[in-house]
Ligand binder design. Sequence first.
Ligand SMILES: [Mg+2]
Length: 378
Amino acid sequence: MILHVDMDAFFASIEQAINPRLKDKPLIVGSRGNKMRTVVCAASYGAKRMGIHSGMPSREAFRICPELEFVPADQSKYIWTSEQIFELLKGYDLPLKYASIDEFQLEVSGCPDPLNLAKNIKAQIYANFNITASVGIAKNWILAKLASKLNKPDGLTVIGAGNFEQVLRQTPLDKLCGMGGKTGANFMASGMKTCWDLYLNLPGFFEISENANIGESYHNSGKPGENPGKSDELPKSVSHSYTLPQVKINPQVIRAWIRLLSEMVATRLRQQDLVSQTVHLWLNGPQIGGFGAQKTYQWATSDGQEIYQRAVKIMAKLAPKSPGIRAIGVTCSSLSKAIYQPLLSEDVRREGLIKALDRINNRFGEGAIHPAITILTR
Ligand SMILES: [Mg+2]
C-alpha cells in the first residue's frame, strides 16, 4: 500500500505562504526575471482556474489576466522547503521515497490506519509550512499518484477495491502518469479514452507497477541532497587541460579553447551522473606565468555552456590581463550525484537538448556536434 503526497501548486504556494500580500491572488512564478519575456513555471490555483498553466508564455498569461501577480522563481527556496518536508515525513519512520521536488511516497502496508496517517501528514505540512498537499492512497504507486491528483487542491483520495472501476472509468487516460506523451497518444489513437479502457486492454499494467516500485527504491535514510555511503566513492574532480602549439593572443580563440575544455569536462561529468559546483580555471602564458583561480556556485551543473560561462567570468574578473596564453585547464570539483530533475521549463528544454547532443556524439564520435565557437580550435 502506497501513500503518495503531492504538494499543491508547490512553487506558487510557497511564494504565497511567504508573502501574505500574494495570498489568494492569481499568481504565476516565472522561470526568469523579465515578467513579459519568460515562461510560467508554476501557477497558483487562482490563476489555474482562469486557464493559465505552466509552460505557457508569461505574455499570454498576462493577456488572460492583466492583474496577475508575478514572482521570479527562486529554486533555493523550493528545494529547501522540499527537504524540510522530506525531514518531516522521515519522522513517521516508514519506508520513504523522494519522488520529485514536490512528491513523496510512503510504503504504508504495515500501517494500521493509512487514512488517519494521511490526515495527520496533511495537517503537519500545513501547520509547518502554511501550504497544502494532496494525498492519494492505493495498492501501488501508479494508482496512489493518480489518486493524489483527483481531488486537488488539499485532496485526500483512496483508490481501493470498492471504487477501482468507478474511478478508472471516470478518469481520462492522459491523467495517468506516463500517459502524457507518445505512449498515451498511441493508446488513445487505438481507441482508449479512459484509464478503465487501458485496464480492460492491459490489465497487467496496474499490477506490474506494483512490483516495480516496492523494494530497493524505498529507503529509510538520507536526505534528497545526500547520497549516504556513496560520498567517498565520488571522484574529487574532473579536469581537462591543453597546451597550445604556440602562444595564442586572440581572445576569441582562447575562449574557444575554454569552451572546448568545458564541454569535455561536462561530458565526463554527465557520463558519471555527476554535477559540479566549483569551477577552477588555470592559464599559463609568457607574461602571466601560471595563474589559477576558482569560484564555487550555489547551483551544481553538468552543462558545458554553464561551466564555460563560469570559467570565462573567472578569467575576466580574476586573471591578470595578458595578450598571450600557452596552456589552459578547466577543472570541476565539489561534485555530487545528479539527483534533481530540472525545475524550470527552460532548464527542462535545455536538458533535453543536452541529452540529444550526447546521443549524437555517442553514436557518431565525440565532437560530431559541437558549439560553433570551438571551430576556432581547429
Ligand atoms: Mg505537485
